[in-house]
Every structure is written in C-alpha cells, then in structure tokens.
Design a protein around this ligand. Structure first.
Ligand code: AQP
Length: 338
C-alpha cells in the first residue's frame, strides 16, 4: 500500500499531572516552539484524559491544565500560530481511542514498558485506563492525521505502537487512511535524567523534589538543585567518549547543550577540563536565565484564568474542525451507520 501525501502536521501533548519539569521543557516544549516556527501546522494538547489514568485531585487537575497552557505560551507557543487546547474538550479523542482498542492487540500493550514502570508491583490495582493509555495516545495523533510527533525518548515505544495501529487499521480495512507517523526525537534534551540518579528519567512524579527542576522553581531553588546534583569525582572531558559510564556527568552536559541550543560535542569543546563546581555555576546561571523569564510570564498569565480558558476553548474549536471529519470518515470505513 502506498502512503498518500499527508500534509506535514505536528501533534504532541503533555499531561497536566503536576508541575512542569525541565525534562518536559527540553524534551518537548522547547522543541514544539522550534517546530511552530518551521513549515508545519502545529497542534499541542494538554492531555487531561491521560492525566486521570492515575488519580488526580479535580481542583488541582483544572489548575494544572491552565498552568500548562500558561507554560506553553510563556515558552513561546503562540495561540494564533499553533492550536492549543485540552483534550477533553474534543470528545473525538476518546471516540477514536475506542476504535483503536479494537485494533491494538493485547500482546502489543503487554510489552509497553511505561505501563510496567508505572504499575510496578501494583499491577492488579491500577486503572484499566493506564493500560489502554497508548491506544488513546495513538488516537490523539491519528485523529489529526499528524505526520510528525516531537517527544522525549521515553515515548518512543508508544509512537511505534501508534504506527502499528495505523498500519493494522489500514490493512484490515484495506484503506490508505491513517499516516505512518514519524517520531521526532532529536537533540540533547530528549532524555533529561534525574539530578539524583543519572539512570532514572527526570519526572514530575518522582517523590524527591531534588531530583528535578520545575519550571516554577525560584532562582535559588534552581541553583541549589544544580549545586546538589550528583556527580562523580573526575572533571569534564573534551570529548563525548569521556562521558561513557558517567550518567550524571552526561546528563548535566546534555542539559547545558540543550539550554544553549548547541550540540554536546560543541558543549564539550567549551567545558572540557573544568571541574564540576565551576561547571555547575555556569549551568545554574544558564538555567536561571532561561527559566525565570518563563516562570514570571506564567505567573502573569495565570492571573487571568478567563483568558486562558478562552484560548483553550478557541483552540478546541479549531481542533474539532480538523478532528470531526476524520472521525466521521473512520466511522464510515468501519461501517457505523450515521
Ligand atoms: N525527563 C525527560 N526528558 C525528556 N523528555 C521528557 N518528557 C517527560 N519527561 C522527560 C517529555 O515530555 C512530554 C510530556 O510528558 P508527559 O508529562 O505527558 O508524560 P511523562 O513522560 O510521563 O512525564 P513525566 O514527567 O514522567 O510525568 P509523570 O511523572 O506524571 O508520569 C513527552 O514528550 C515526554 O517524552
């Protein structure tokens, strides 16, 4: 089956499940902004239906959704250029996810490492929705016939599943309807690790506050967390090979490169030979400069919740205008009478 020409369209989402981290910023938002300014049509979603796959306090969920919207805008996403909305305002996401639940195989979902990590030993007690999460994620993307999905490295397996679902749907119904999406996982920021353990992902839900930098941290908190970040006893190498087997050092260099918009190679040309104390001072100045302006702007935007809600509603209307005909056509293909 030949792939027809799908329009280059970017879709990505973030869960309003807590404070945004430097991982979300470098792995996702900063890259969303750069794609917004390229040739793509861009759609970015606050995926509240995903967030409730684990328990969320309703008041905090609403607040986190608005705060995420403020974070998007403060980081440079422009609601006039990109479509910004929250997922639950476009019910077509859940409708397409149900169709995809019939396409995805249990064996595929059983292999998802994010489910295994999040469920841990509590497998019998987690929600059914947490298990079905990747099928909803496939629906988020394919509902817009998105061709490119910028995400962090941790989402790679879910994107492969999205491709499998699209291919199986197209095959089963003998159509060329859903595009085979390209994951966009490039640059130094796609895998930001915990500041306490360089082998663990930096995550909103890590119980240790010192493991992550939040976008809303004060300058003092950012500086303290970087100063206390775990390192080893060697200095910084001038070449990438010198970072091998040193996950904490590698992580801090990656963060430096991603914040400076340079490659790790170029970063090491500047940093090689420095000790961690002086490198951490440079890194913390860099992080404070970039994040404090975002945080200030978020505080300003959060004062006008009516305006944020309006942006989300208008974004949802624009999203629905794309999604609704694609869902209708899907229903026709499947044989639903309407
Ligand atoms: N540490 C990270 N490094 C690079 N990218 C990251 N992303 C998340 N953490 C990192 C990227 O951010 C986007 C949105 O992620 P999400 O909030 O929807 O879900 P998540 O990946 O589960 O993020 P968290 O912080 O780990 O949330 P919790 O703790 O609630 O599960 C994605 O593109 C992701 O790759």
């Amino acid at each position: 089956m030949n792939q027809k020409d799908f329009k280059p369209r970017v879709f990505s989402g973030i869960q309003p499940s807590g404070d945004l981290t430097l991982g979300n910023y470098l792995g996702a938002i900063k890259r969303f902004v750069s794609m917004q300014d390229q040739k793509f049509e861009t759609i970015f979603c606050m995926v509240d239906l995903h967030a409730i796959t684990v328990w969320q306090n309703p008041t905090e969920l609403a607040n986190s959704t608005r705060e995420l919207c403020a974070g998007f805008i403060a980081s440079g996403l422009d609601p006039n250029k990109s479509i910004l909305f929250n997922q639950s305002q476009v019910p077509e996401h859940a409708q397409l996810a149900w169709i995809f639940n019939t396409v995805a195989r249990m064996g595929w979902l059983n292999r998802m490492t994010q489910f295994k990590d999040k469920a841990g030993k509590n497998r019998e007690n987690v929600s059914l929705a947490l298990y079905a999460y990747p099928s909803l994620m496939a629906a988020d993307i394919l509902l817009y016939h998105a061709t490119h999905v910028p995400v962090g490295e941790d989402q790679k397996q879910h994107l492969e599943l999205t491709r499998d679902i699209a291919a199986k749907f197209n095959h089963d119904y003998n159509v060329d309807f859903f595009p085979i999406t390209e994951p966009v996982i490039e640059g130094a920021g796609t895998r930001v690790m915990s500041l306490r353990d360089g082998t663990k992902k930096m995550s909103k839900s890590d119980p240790s506050e010192m493991s992550r930098i939040n976008l809303r941290d004060t300058s003092e908190e950012i500086a303290l967390k970087i100063q206390k970040a775990r390192t080893d006893s060697d200095g910084l190498p001038s070449e990438i090979s010198g970072l091998k087997g040193r996950p904490e050092a590698e992580n801090l260099v990656n963060i430096y490169a991603a914040l400076s918009n340079i490659t790790v190679e170029t970063a090491l040309e500047d940093l090689g030979g420095k000790n961690f104390a002086s490198f951490k001072r440079i890194l913390s100045d860099l992080a404070v400069t970039e994040l404090s302006s975002i945080s200030k702007e978020m505080t300003r935007l959060m004062k006008d919740q009516g305006e944020l809600d309006k942006i989300l509603r208008q974004g949802a209307d624009r999203a629905k205008a794309i999604a609704s005909p694609i869902l209708k056509e899907t229903y026709d293909i499947v044989g639903m009478v309407r």
